[in-house]
Ligand binder design. Sequence first.
Ligand SMILES: Cc1cc2nc3c(=O)[nH]c(=O)nc-3n(C[C@H](O)[C@H](O)[C@H](O)COP(=O)(O)OP(=O)(O)OC[C@H]3O[C@@H](n4cnc5c(N)ncnc54)[C@H](O)[C@@H]3O)c2cc1C
Length: 390
Amino acid sequence: MQSIAQVTESRLASPGMQGVDVLVVGAGLAGLRTACLLARRGLDVLVVDRRRSLSAGIRTTGIFVRRTLDDFDLPDHLLGPGIRDVLLYPPSRRAPIRLTSDRDEFRVADMAAVYRHARHEAESAGARVLLGVRYAGASAGLVRLAGAEPVTARFVVGADGARSRVARDLGLDLNRRFIVGAELVHPIAPGTTAPAFHCVLDPRIAPGYLGWAVDDGRHAHVGVAGYPAAMRGGVRRLLDAFAADAPGHAPPAGPVERRGGPIPVGGVLRRLACPAGLLVGDAAGAVSPLTAGGLDPCLRMSDLAAAVTADYLRTGDRSVLGHYDGNALRARFRGRLLLRRAFTGIRSPAAAEAAITVLRGRAGRALAARVLFGDGSFPDVRLDRVASGT
Ligand SMILES: Cc1cc2nc3c(=O)[nH]c(=O)nc-3n(C[C@H](O)[C@H](O)[C@H](O)COP(=O)(O)OP(=O)(O)OC[C@H]3O[C@@H](n4cnc5c(N)ncnc54)[C@H](O)[C@@H]3O)c2cc1C
């Protein structure tokens, strides 16, 4: 059997052209985490991202759930204070339901710093990261890059977000159901707010999802998300209207950062891998269809993706790719997909008021607490299922 280096060498299309074991497209959390784990396994890994800076074009609020914080090593100084209180508001904003956990359930991260940290981890493991470089297509192992020379890659990891070009080029499944989210980030004076997660159920501002206000102790994040077709006037107008009197925070003043983007809510895609590459993170639809949380799945799925990729490249055995199976993960999402449908059905303020009334009851509060404080954000991906995962 040829070694990784021999195989890579034989794939070089022309003298001087760079050949890598794995090209990771996208330096979001999924891409950087996968790259780091692959490099730690001794593979030659190149990461490219069209963003010129990891502090620009951020597409997340950065709320990490307890389960992620328990299972992954995120440096404490990158995270805001622990949040135990969730307030659920009806459209009238009157008498919110307060749910209080006896543990820290959420922490909002400084995401620019989280990406910098993830990049540092990947580079320390030996991966190279090129920013300002766009993946522009691939054929027969040759990858075209706008902003850099083409490379040959034995395997391509599509970590290029919700509308993945890599998925299309590899002939893998594509996300088809989206909500769109947008938020304002504005500075707040430290110590002026009590840590709490404010959620507003109001289809006029967030059809099919929620409006939210939460802070990391130094910045407030005020956002809305919903089905774009139902957002009359567009998400930006709804966000500005919501931010003007969002609960828990004063209207934004001074310089603000805007974040936003599509969020796939159709569940994990079925076909995620082929001999030329695989998908991780949003590109794989790895987002909880109910809560729209994607940061935990990014980390959890990347572990499995890296184990499968390394095993496949080491053995050349295509059956290894069968362990990266979207169908198996999807089966564990049925309940959440059903609840998403119920969420989508809340189309009027009256229906939202009624839903909040139901949640005020004992069973309703228990259900809300289970969704918000439970351990079920994303199915655990068991690495020991991989044949000879190292
Ligand atoms: C407004 C909003 C708020 C959210 N808040 C939360 C939250 O608080 N908690 C939570 O758990 N989830 C949240 N989510 C979801 C979560 O942020 C995402 O699921 C997660 O960040 C996806 O990470 P990723 O690495 O897969 O993709 P991304 O972070 O989108 O990274 C993809 C990268 O690929 C790059 N790229 C794309 N195309 C190319 C190309 N052709 N060439 C080179 N590079 C390319 C992009 O520049 C980008 O850097 C939120 C989503 C949105 C939109």
